[in-house]
Design a protein around this ligand. Structure first.
Ligand code: IMP
Length: 194
């Protein structure tokens, strides 16, 4: 079954392929970029993007919106993660946390999936801590400064497969996959096929 993934980020596509490819889903990257809106939650951003893309995108499609939330900064950069990454980078976050002992943070991912009729949302979250220095050369964004719970390595020190086992995106994809599987089995049972 073909799934169109609306993103300009190849790293996200690789993570999705690793998880959904072996289950028979063919991930097709579409470089359709919805405008970045200002909103209070990732859910609002993802829903806006899915509605915006509706007339243009091949179905079924999904897109994902994610953010990096640092507890000591009251959740900043959160929904502004992309903008803050472009302007301050992860070094800016490390500077804001200079001298701060409490270094808990989380990544959250929201997937909006459009099957041609309705939009469904799936969530994934990973808790962890912010390092004092950047570590590792893999991945993207804030990967070099985030260690997920249950590991001693940053996301940037992991390969895609290992990161996918911990990551917010991996969890949101897993939730979507579970739902798709139910839909798939139901469709097969009714003899409709995809
Ligand atoms: P977006 O969902 O692509 O807009 O992501 C928002 C920002 O969060 C991006 O600029 C990334 O820097 C950051 N981000 C999202 N997911 C990850 C991740 O898995 N690792 C590191 N940074 C991420």
């Amino acid at each position: 079954m073909k799934l169109h993934f609306l993103t300009g980020n190849k790293n996200k596509v690789i993570e999705a392929e690793k998880r959904l490819g072996p289950l028979g889903f063919d991930i097709i990257q579409e470089n359709l970029q919805p405008p970045e809106i200002q909103a209070d939650t990732l859910e609002e951003v993802a829903l806006f993007s899915a509605k915006w893309a509706e007339p243009y995108a091949k179905k079924p499609f999904f897109l994902e919106d994610s953010g990096f939330f640092v507890d000591s900064l009251n959740g900043f950069p959160g929904v502004y993660s992309a903008y803050v990454f472009r302007t301050l980078g992860y070094m800016g976050i490390l500077r804001l946390l200079e001298g701060v002992e409490k270094r808990c943070a989380r990544f959250v991912a929201i997937i909006a999936y459009h099957d041609g009729e309705v939009i469904r949302m799936f969530r994934g979250e990973v808790l962890g801590t912010v390092t004092r220095e950047p570590r590792g050369g893999n991945g993207f964004g804030y990967d070099p400064i985030f260690i997920p719970e249950g590991s001693s390595r940053t996301f940037a020190e992991m390969d895609t497969e290992e990161k996918g086992r911990f990551s917010h995106r991996g969890k949101a994809l897993e939730n979507m996959e579970r739902w798709l599987k139910i839909g798939y089995e139901e469709t097969e049972r009714k003899g409709l096929g995809f």
